[in-house]
Every structure is written in structure tokens, then in C-alpha cells.
Write a protein that binds this ligand. Sequence first.
Ligand code: 5AD
Length: 297
Amino acid sequence: MYIRGLIEFTNYCKNDCLYCGIRRSNKNAERYRLEKSEILDCCKEGWKLGFRTFVLQGGEDGFYSVEKICGIVRGIKELFPDCAVTLSIGEKSRESYQAYFDAGADRYLLRHETADDDHYARLHPKELSAQNRRRCLYDLKEIGYQVGAGFMVGSPYQTADNLASDMMFIKDFKPHMVGIGPFVPHHDTPLANEKPGTLELTLFMLGLIRLTLPSVLLPATTALGTIDPQGREKGVLAGANVVMPNLSPMSVRNKYMLYDNKISTGSESAQSVDDLKKRMSQIGYDVVVDRGDAIKP
Ligand code: 5AD
């Protein structure tokens, strides 16, 4: 099992995705941003805990210019040359992606969310398109990143056909990583009253992805851990081989609320990595201290 330390460094977002709790029109979200020094402190703590990948995730926040992000990436790489840096900061220009890569970023997570253009349009505001999302993913891959795509399971209006399209997209694009988790409604969004995705369907999709891309990096996600107390273990047994515990400062953890009841304590917390190790060993898995780079498919 590979572990990644997840640092949720800003919950400001210019986008208004209908499912997401940190969408810009959610006036009830208490916004925060972390300074470079705070992010580096998270990494220092994470390194001691055995993390060798740091994932910087945030909303699409214009405060963090290309120069700022590059400065943060360089700062982490200088302190921890043995670690991988993953960015998960949304849709940017190809030039920006290239600049982050040149600054030392190794990987980029950008879920395609749904491979069906009409379904995509129903979950997003009109400024966003499935086409631009895919353009980003292809740019990232061409630049040389290890790239993560992915989708929500059981998102509103999703059909079995849509999930088949997601599988075909993944088979064709061959991402190095695939992040999937159940849709979970957030009470301050237009989709508050929609049904959540199920554990069973998420596990089934994890299994299909593992069979389709045998060497893919596949996280048992926080959303899966949120809908079932044994979600992460069940995800691993279905084919997942990555977990991404939360390494954000305690003071901001409850503010990065993408959906209701998002967990950030217990073995979801990087500080409890020993607890995570114990739980993984109970199902026959070892957590390793390793960058856990993608291997050639
Ligand atoms: N339920 C489940 N996952 C969500 N995400 C955003 N909002 C929700 C939600 N309500 C996921 C999206 C995004 C990732 C960071 O979190 O897939 O890409």
C-alpha cells in the first residue's frame, strides 16, 4: 500500500460545480488559505511520519499565481529531494502546467468527473466543459506528469451507460492513477437532496478499474471511507492500493468540506498512520515508506 500526505491548502474556488461544497456560491463555506511556510511545515511533519509523496490540493484559487505555486513546489523539492510532489489544483493553461512541471512537480490529479459530455454539462456551470477537462488531461500527460483521472460513482443523473463511457475513457487514456469515490451530497449545494452513490457500486467500479489497468495506482478515497466505517479496507480488497491521509493543519480540516460529513480524523489523519498500518495489516497489506511512482503498464 502506498500512502500520500494530502495537504488541502486553499478552499477558495472560482468554480461553481453543482455538487461541490466549496463552490464559489456557497456563502456558508468559511474560506482559508495556507502560506508557503505552513505548507512546508505540513511536509516536515509528514516526512517524519513516513510520507514520501505530498499532494497539494485546492480549489481553483487565483491568489496562487503560477509563480507562487512554482515557489511552493521548489521549496518542497529543496527540503525533500526524495519526495514526489503531486498537484491537484484544477484546470490551467498548458503553459502553467509546464511551469509547475519545470519547477519539479511530478504528478497531477484532475478527475474527468464524467466522460459523457451531456452528463458533464448537467453537473457543472456553463463556463466548464468536458472538452476543456480532457484537453487539460492530455496536456498534462504530454508534458510528462504521472496523471490521475477519475470520476464520482452515483453522481446525480448518472446512468450505467455513463459509467461504461468512464471505463472506455480510462481504457483509452490510460492514466497512471484513477481516483474514484461515491458522490455524497453537500447540504449547501443545488444537489443537496440527491441520493448518494453506494458502497457496492463503488467497490464494483474499483474492481473493474483494477482489471482494466492492472498496474494503475488506485486510491481508496476519503469519500469511500466516509460512507462506510470499513470503506477503505473494502476498497483495498476490491483492488485499491493507495490511501491518502489528511496532512492539513488541524485548524482547517473541517473547512475543506467537499461533501457532508467528510472524515478527517482517525486513520484518515496522517498523524494516525500507525492506526492505518494496523488496519491494513489486518487485511494482509503492508504500508510502505516509498514515493510509490507509477510503473509502466
Ligand atoms: N461528493 C463526492 N465527491 C466530490 N467531489 C467534489 N464534490 C463531491 C461530492 N459532493 C470530488 C470531485 C473532485 C474531487 C476533489 O472531489 O470528484 O474532483
